[in-house]
Design a protein around this ligand. Structure first.
Ligand code: 13P
Length: 283
């Protein structure tokens, strides 16, 4: 049984200069692809449900499916809530059996982000789960030219020590130039800022908005101190394109053949990230 809270594995990644991925999911084919490649690559990971999906009717069953697969896995897998929007959201995820939660108060005033994060940490730590929070704000790739490219929302390194000390948070998501979703333009990562943040605190740092970054950007960010990288958009966009191509090539395609295309696509894309992040072989 290898359903875990990810923190010790992230600390080990941080110490040995590799990173573990968080892959978002919302359906069984993507989950099946993820577990197949984690076993193949012998890598630990976080399989995550985005907060928006937590309110869907299938959320509890989805969590149970991931938990059951993780319990049977030979590699450590965390079931993580991604971007919980409130204390209640995080508690709901915990009640569904999630093993780690992210609380995202990054759009709130600093003091409010501290107070809310601290409350989630207190509840989660009482039952041995790790908490991630975000300081600064990772915006949307579609607004990158007005946002990330202008350094808007970047983490203020002077806030980092106080935020970590007062919240007790385990993992810190930083805003250093990435964005969620497809980028309008090219992402630029501020590695000097990352280095500065890294020097202020010792907890694992998370990079959100992995889709669209180059392999070299990942390697550089991991070398400077990123231990967790979140990836979602690329997995779904690439798989949708492959499904479309398969349907165009065969107008009588069987339903389960679509499923195989999807599973294989997740195996290939997630495997690529596991190799680039250096997670392969560390399970
Ligand atoms: P992308 O969808 O841009 O890869 O971002 C994923 C993410 O950061 C989820 O928290």
């Amino acid at each position: 049984m290898s359903l875990v809270s990810i923190l010790p594995h992230l600390k080990r990644a941080q110490q040995h200069h590799y990173a573990l991925p968080l892959f978002d999911t919302a359906d069984m084919y993507s989950i099946d692809g993820m577990f197949a490649v984690l076993e193949e690559k012998k890598a630990p990971a976080m399989i995550a449900v985005y907060a928006g999906a937590l309110d869907r009717p299938n959320a509890r069953a989805l969590a149970a499916y991931i938990r059951t697969r993780a319990e049977a896995a030979t590699v450590p897998v965390s079931l993580m809530l991604d971007h919980g929007g409130s204390f209640e959201h995080c508690i709901k995820a915990i009640s569904y059996g999630f093993t780690d939660v992210m609380y995202d108060g990054s759009n709130l005033p600093f003091e409010e982000n501290i107070a809310n994060t601290r409350a989630v940490v207190r509840a989660a730590h009482a039952i041995g789960l790790a908490v991630e929070a975000e300081l600064g704000h990772v915006g949307s790739g579609s607004e990158y030219q007005e946002f990330g490219a202008q350094r808007k929302g970047f983490t203020n390194p002077d806030d980092v020590e106080r935020f970590v000390a007062e919240t007790g948070v385990d993992i810190l998501a930083v805003a250093i130039g990435t964005a969620h979703g497809l980028y309008a333009g090219e992402p630029h990562l501020d590695l000097d800022l990352l280095r500065e943040i890294r020097s202020r605190v010792d907890i694992p740092l998370a990079l959100h908005g992995g889709s669209g970054c180059s392999d070299q950007q990942f390697r550089d960010a991991i070398a400077v101190g990123i231990a967790k990288v979140n990836v979602a958009t690329d997995l779904f966009v690439t798989t949708a394109r492959r499904l479309t191509e398969a349907a165009r090539a065969n107008d009588n395609m069987h339903y389960f053949a679509f499923g195989k295309v999807a599973v294989d696509s997740f195996i290939e894309r997630c495997g690529h990230y596991l190799d680039v992040f250096g997670a392969t072989g560390n399970g």
